[in-house]
Write a protein that binds this ligand. Structure first.
Ligand code: NAD
Ligand code: DAU
Length: 352
């Protein structure tokens, strides 16, 4: 039986990856290590929490001693590293958490893997999950490929770029068997409502303003989260050590067009007159350093490993809206407590 460590498994993408691995691979013992920050929520994993091949460990990847001991105790065969501070706006208001978790935390995991595998790397792999934001911003044309030069602009993307460089440095220097993937914007169930899609669904439900940064002309490439989890499964098992794989939805939307789709679909879902939710759209002060456009060329992953997204956007966004409407309690629960303080700070008077 192989023991696989998944970090950040109580977060949005991590919970989908943990669920997939626990149910698809009964022969693997899946250890989910998560600090349970504001973004980590064990309710995301209720359906599998009692599975025999699953264990949750609460802990902080920034704590080097704890990480070393955990690796020695569990003797992991593989690592899928998703734990991170992941929200760009929070990285603007509080960059240091991003430096600690995304950079120091990643190095602690690399050191611990190196230590327990002590240069015997056969059948071992350290898979680092990264983002397309490391590549910076595109103009109106072009796509990010695996060889696009790094050009991060936010503390979040700079911290992820830094962790990617360190992962590659451990590959080159110590021959640690690493793989990296860089993915575009994910959407789907269990996403914390600080990110565009769940935030706007939640605000529409509650008749609150929809704060569009700048003119809403920024472009993102949206991928359904389960398609990302499937790509992670494929890359973990079939990806070539030392390689990087870009993952994207080939599905570009300007923010304002995506928001209008959400408004129309939510009006229908909530039985409101068409146009009701669009009236909530409010243009607010732009995000500092706001990247104009992200778009991914995922042809390497498609050609070499045979991956392709399973859902068209129309179906994915319907499923996502249905999920949030059906799981109103989940949404209301995470959007209380500290979230309200965050919301008031982030969207204070001077933004409107
Ligand atoms: P998320 O914020 O929803 O979840 C992050 C998880 O990491 C949480 O469960 C949190 O508790 C945990 N965590 C944070 N700091 C920790 C620490 N110090 N020690 C242990 N656990 C800690 O993030 P997400 O959106 O699911 O993103 C997961 C990964 O995928 C990140 O590495 C992110 O950079 C990357 N990514 C995200 C997207 C996206 O669209 N969301 C796209 C591409 C790549
Ligand atoms: O591209 C991958 C990245 O996608 C991941 O690495 C990040 O972890 C993830 O958070 C996401 O980053 P973005 O900054 O693109 O996602 P966010 O949902 O915060 O914003 C999407 C777009 O919507 C962006 O152009 C900013 C805009 N926006 C966002 C919020 C929260 C608004 O206009 N208003 C808002 O209130």
């Amino acid at each position: 039986m192989k023991t696989i460590l998944i970090t950040g498994g109580a977060g949005f993408i991590g919970s989908h990856v943990v669920r997939l691995f626990v149910s698809k691979y009964p022969d693997y013992k899946i250890v989910n290590l998560d600090k349970l920050t504001y973004a980590g929520n064990l309710a995301n994993l209720k359906d599998i929490e009692k599975a025999k091949n699953y264990e949750f460990v609460k802990g902080d990847i920034v704590d080097a001693d704890f990480i070393q001991k955990l690796f020695v105790e569990k003797q992991f065969d593989g690592v899928i590293h998703l734990a991170a501070e992941s929200h760009v706006d929070r990285s603007i208001s509080n960059p240091m958490e991003f430096i600690f978790t995304n950079i120091v935390g990643t190095v602690n995991l690399l050191n611990a893997a190196r230590h327990i595998w002590s240069d015997n790397f056969e059948d071992k792999r350290f898979y680092h999950i990264s983002t397309d934001e490391v590549y910076g911003s595109l103009g109106e044309t072009g796509l990010f490929t695996e060889t696009t030069a790094y050009d991060p602009h936010s503390p979040y993307s700079a911290s992820k770029a830094s962790s990617d460089h360190l992962v590659r440095a451990y590959l080159d220097t110590f021959k640690l068997p690493t793989i990296i993937s860089n993915c575009s914007n994910n959407y789907g169930g269990f996403q914390f409502p600080e990110k565009l899609v769940p935030l706007f669904i939640h605000n529409i439900q509650n008749n609150k303003p929809l704060p569009v940064y700048g003119k809403g002309e920024n472009i993102r490439d949206w991928l359904y989260v389960e398609d990302h989890a499937n790509a992670i499964d494929l890359i973990f098992h079939k990806g070539v050590i030392g390689e990087t794989y870009n993952i994207g939805g080939n599905n570009e939307w300007t923010n304002i067009d995506l928001i209008k789709v959400l408004c129309k679909k939510m009006d229908k879902k909530l039985g409101r007159e068409t146009g009701t939710s669009e009236k909530l759209i409010t243009y607010v002060k732009d995000r500092a350093g706001h990247d104009l456009r992200y778009a991914i060329d995922s042809s390497k992953l498609q050609k070499e490993l045979g991956w392709e997204p399973s859902l068209q956007f129309e179906e994915g966004i319907e499923k996502t809206i249905d999920w949030y409407v059906a799981n109103q309690d989940w949404l209301d629960n995470v959007a209380s407590g500290d979230y309200l303080k965050y919301y008031d700070n982030q969207y204070s008077e001077d933004r409107f």
